[in-house]
Design a protein around this ligand. Structure first.
Ligand code: PEP
Length: 268
């Protein structure tokens, strides 16, 4: 059985001071669960402080996004080599919120186009991360209307194909894919456990088929498929027991050190 991975996506929450306080509380609690890989993805500004506080633990630090160019006239962007320079090990790419696909809309609908991630930019970001030895956490998932139109599998398969075509199996060793139904993100609605397991199995099979096409006969690579979407202490154990679910990408519930510790404990 693969080691489970639990990643906390703090999104645009916590100042550097608040991040330090949260990490000080939960790193002591979470470090006991050494059979689970744990990653915290704070806002960019808090990464160096979080990294300093977790350096003697088995917890890793991740980023929530990256820009694909190395440097240049790209105001406001952060490159993979900059992330590598502060010891970032993982980076989320293609999150539904950066794609402008919100489970819970907290801005006027006409401003959503500000978030314009595409499968093509996701692929460029994955390339940049791999060149800097940072593991991508690639997010895929369907909206409610896509689910209701019975398009879930087709939408996810297309996202995976677009994002992962052109890479060799060796390059993608250690990849993490997070199945995150958009309608479950930040809404309190969790995907039915059996359905989450089914879709994660489909994700696994589709990634294998992309790799088989890239290099026929190359065999299996080591990659993990997480579930994300309103994971909390109360439902984590049931989700993590499913054979196709290798852990969780946790948003809201990762902000509370006690809740997050219980989720990590459930993974162990
Ligand atoms: C997420 O944003 O990746 C996420 C899963 O959020 P939440 O757990 O709050 O639904």
């Amino acid at each position: 059985m693969k080691r489970k991975l639990v990643a906390g996506n703090w999104k645009m929450n916590k100042t550097v001071v608040e991040a330090a306080a949260a990490v000080e509380t939960f790193s002591r609690k979470v470090d006991r669960f050494r059979d689970v890989d744990v990653v915290i993805c704070p806002p960019f500004l808090a990464i160096p402080k979080v990294r300093e506080l977790i350096k003697n633990t088995h917890i890793d630090v991740g980023a929530q996004d990256v820009f694909w160019m190395e440097s240049g006239a790209f105001t406001g962007q952060i490159s993979a080599s900059m992330l590598h320079g502060v010891a970032v090990k993982y980076c989320i790419v293609g999150h539904s919120e950066t794609r402008g696909r919100f489970g819970k809309l907290e801005i006027p609908a006409e401003l959503v186009s500000f978030f314009s991630e595409t499968d093509r930019t996701v692929r460029l970001k994955i390339r940049a991360l791999l060149e800097c030895d940072i593991k991508p956490i690639l997010c895929v998932g369907e909206t409610l209307s896509e689910r209701e139109a019975d398009e879930t599998d087709a939408v996810i398969a297309a996202q995976l194909t677009e994002a992962l075509t052109g890479f060799t199996p060796i390059e993608l060793e250690g990849l993490v894919v997070a199945y995150e139904p958009v309608w479950a993100i930040g809404t309190g609605k969790t995907c039915d456990t059996a359905e989450a397991n089914r879709v994660c199995g489909m994700v696994r099979a589709h990634v294998q088929s992309i790799l088989e096409e890239a290099e026929p006969g190359s065999g299996e690579i080591n990659f993990r498929v997480l579930y994300g979407g309103s994971v909390k202490a109360a439902n984590a154990r049931e989700l993590f027991c499913q054979p196709n679910i290798d852990g969780g990408l946790v948003g809201g519930a990762s902000l509370d050190p006690n809740e997050f510790t219980e989720i990590v404990a459930a993974a162990e």
